[in-house]
Design a protein around this ligand. Structure first.
Ligand SMILES: CSC[C@@H](O)[C@@H](O)C(=O)COP(=O)(O)O
Length: 345
């Protein structure tokens, strides 16, 4: 069993507030697209696929709020609402993928009455959510064969059930290995500044009784040097046509360390994270977030008042450091340019 961070029932979208985990398990109710946009921006919901699922429900709420006499009028208002949702976070391409899918579905059903069109859009959001869970299970089955029994696996950030429609990408592969009967130990980087590893990965793996040890971000090299890491697996926010991978800040550092120590570095991501419109990682927009995430931990101040802060939320790992990319359509190794293109066809 694994948690689903986004649920929908009786016209209400419920999301577990990931800012409060693991100390408090609070579910928040959403009924309109502006508050969904705020939930994405403030990281109530986070993780590339989960952001896509939330945005799809946001778009469905927007459709329910729009009053229009014809499709042209509906479409222009719908696009404005989708632009509000799209402006929340720039790096994870799943956000734009989900909104584009909702806009295409609206266009394809433009002959429907407004109530029917609203229902079709809500059904599409529900499908995006359900499909994501299934995609992750398929990805897990493809990826778990890469892990030997008794493997110690290092992961960065949270690419688990909490970051998706369910089951997880990187943690989905780990779950699948455990379900296949393998004994797996996980090292979770704490993942400063938002602590996705210490707070979220540790919490969800403990819920499923998968052994996990939290380490500070600067401990990964020491562990690798001691031969205590057999493989690294992470998720992705955007993968470009040549296989460059944007993921949580600090992922690049882990990939360089893995290369130095001859440890395989795997990336697990659904096809909706692959952006073939970008040739390489230098074109990926990198989000910069509030300096307070660096200077404070909750209400505790960690750095002097007024100090200059730089807070990029993601970095790009060049494809030559990536051993394989695991998707629901199969595993690509080496020639990412042709391999990813072939999977996308
Ligand atoms: C399956 S999630 C993959 C990535 O989205 C994840 O590793 C990550 O970087 C999340 O960043 P976040 O800032 O928490 O949204």
């Amino acid at each position: 069993m694994s948690i689903k961070p986004i649920e929908f029932e009786n016209g209400v979208c419920r999301m577990i507030d990931q800012r409060l985990l693991p100390a408090q398990e609070v579910w928040l109710d959403y009924r309109d697209y502006r508050s969904v946009a705020e939930a994405i921006q403030t990281m109530v919901v986070r993780g590339a696929p989960a952001i896509g699922v939330a945005a799809a429900f946001g778009a469905a709420f927007a459709a329910a709020e729009i009053e229009a006499e014809d499709f042209a009028m509906f479409e222009s208002q719908f696009e404005e609402c989708c632009a509000v949702l799209a402006a929340t976070r720039p790096t994870a391409v799943n956000l734009f993928w989900a909104l584009d899918r909702m806009k295409s579905v609206a266009k394809a059903n433009q002959k429907l009455s407004l109530p029917d069109l609203r229902q079709v859009l809500l059904d599409e959001a529900l499908t995006i959510a359900e499909d994501d869970d299934q995609i992750n299970r398929t990805m897990g089955a493809h990826g778990q064969v890469l892990f030997p029994d008794k493997a110690n696996i290092l992961t960065h950030c949270n690419a688990g059930a909490l970051a998706t429609g369910g089951y997880g990408t990187a943690l989905g592969v780990i779950r699948a290995a455990v379900e296949a009967g393998k004994q797996i130990e996980v090292f979770a980087d704490e993942t400063r500044p938002f602590w996705q590893g210490a707070r979220l990965t540790a919490w969800e793996l403990m819920q499923d009784d998968i052994p996990v040890t939290v380490i500070c971000d600067n401990m990964a090299g020491y562990l690798m040097q001691q031969g205590r890491v057999d493989a690294v697996i992470v998720g992705a926010d955007r993968i470009t046509a040549n296989g460059d991978v944007a993921n949580k800040i600090g992922t690049y550092t882990v990939a360089v360390l893995a290369k130095e120590h001859g440890i395989p570095f795997y990336v697990a991501a659904p096809m909706s994270t692959i952006d073939l419109s970008l040739t390489d990682g230098s074109q990926i927009p990198i989000e910069e977030r509030d300096p307070r995430e660096v200077t404070h931990c909750g209400d505790t101040q960690l750095a002097p008042d007024g100090v200059k802060v730089y807070n990029p939320a993601f970095d790009v790992t060049p494809s030559h450091l990536v051993t394989a990319i695991i998707t629901e359509r199969g595993v690509v190794q080496g020639d990412y340019l042709n391999g990813l293109k072939a999977l996308a066809q």
